[in-house]
Design a protein around this ligand. Structure first.
Ligand SMILES: CC(C)(COP(=O)(O)OP(=O)(O)OC[C@H]1O[C@@H](n2cnc3c(N)ncnc32)[C@H](O)[C@@H]1OP(=O)(O)O)[C@@H](O)C(=O)NCCC(=O)NCCS
Length: 186
């Protein structure tokens, strides 16, 4: 199948939202994307087109690592969505790789975080973040919270430096758009 991945245009937005809504079987993640558009808090976002329609979507927004009194800018990959009927065809992988590349092209020195199944995100070089000193602001979610840097080779250095003091675990905060999930929690 001829599939092309590209940066999201304004014309892509309605279909991209449909893909997100269908993939998650609820509206919340689509609301997140709309909120990120409104806030202008997208660092990179891509869609994959196949068979004349959008089949997958991924976005990366700014995050902050609170390390003691310092705040270090970082990147957060979310959401990642593939239309249900198009899953398991590589469209997720294709759109994630393109979006990661686009974000690191803009911010090569930042760490990138993702919250998701390690069995899936390991292929993109993400590794459990807690093991190197990072905790998601929402609490301990085990290995689901993952991190990587642009170059695999430079990862240990950056991570060891940032996470060297176990007493000072760095808290990672996603951008304001993610507060819609907190509002949902009773
Ligand atoms: C998760 C998702 C993005 C994967 O996209 P996809 O296009 O179906 O997956 P790909 O074709 O790129 O990759 C397929 C591979 O990933 C694996 N995989 C797919 N979904 C997975 C999941 N949820 N957990 C673990 N592995 C998964 C498949 O087993 C397959 O492995 P293989 O290459 O070893 O055979 C997609 O299924 C989806 O949109 N799901 C609903 C929304 C969602 O959960 N998003 C992620 C939130 S973190």
């Amino acid at each position: 199948m001829d599939a092309k991945t590209r940066i999201v245009s304004h014309a892509d937005r309605p279909q991209a939202l449909e893909v997100v809504r269908a993939a998650f079987e609820q509206d919340l993640e689509a609301q997140l994307v709309e909120r990120m558009w409104t806030d202008g808090s997208i660092i990179a976002e891509c869609v994959t087109h196949a068979d004349g329609r959008i089949v997958s979507y991924a976005a990366i927004s700014p995050a902050t690592i609170a390390f003691g009194s310092e705040a270090v800018p970082a990147l957060a990959l979310a959401p990642v969505a593939v239309a249900p009927e198009s899953q398991r065809n590589g469209f997720g992988e294709q759109v994630v790789r393109a979006t990661i590349d686009a974000a690191f092209a803009r911010h090569p020195g930042r760490l990138m975080f993702v919250l998701g199944d390690p069995a899936y995100y390991r292929r993109f070089d993400f590794r459990p973040a807690a093991a190197v000193g990072y905790q998601w602001e929402g609490g301990d979610v085990g290995d689901a919270f993952q991190v990587r840097s642009k170059d695999r080779a430079s990862a240990p250095g950056i991570m060891a430096a940032a996470g060297s003091d176990a007493e000072r675990r760095s808290i990672v905060r996603y951008c304001n758009a993610f507060s819609i999930f907190r509002q949902e929690t009773p």
